[in-house]
Design a protein around this ligand. Sequence first.
Ligand code: 5GP
Ligand code: ZN
Length: 131
Amino acid sequence: MCIFCQIIAGEIPVKPVFENDQVFAFLDHEPMNFGHVLVLPRNHYENIEETPVEVLQAIIAAVKEIGLKIKDKLDYPAYNVIVNNGPEAGQKVFHSHWHITPRLDVGEIIWPPQKEYGPGEMEEILEKLLS
Ligand code: 5GP
Ligand code: ZN
């Protein structure tokens, strides 16, 4: 059983910050800022592609609710919602999950340098995505 399934099953005691029949959310134990929350489906799905659309809808509704609490109860002005989807994207726990990371200042965000398309490259990518 994966570590998040063990948490949901109560084998590793973790107090939820939000839960319903489809979703379970708790504090990340190594927060980017205090109040960093992980939101996940109760059932084990490895990544976004495996997670059914109805479950994704329940997750994003929970993200909205928890995000409001992060602003109202913890007094943060903003937050990021991050999914590391796949090992190359930084996913370490292979039970799909959404990070809600409270933000105080835009300077906290580390965003990689952005690239520029060469001539025709953007159109080529678009064509592939539309095919
Ligand atoms: P990933 O890199 O897979 O997107 O993120 C996994 C997250 O889970 C990390 O931010 C890590 O701190 C958190 N995490 C891993 N194991 C535990 C745990 O046992 N308890 C809690 N509360 N968080 C965990
Ligand atoms: Zn799991």
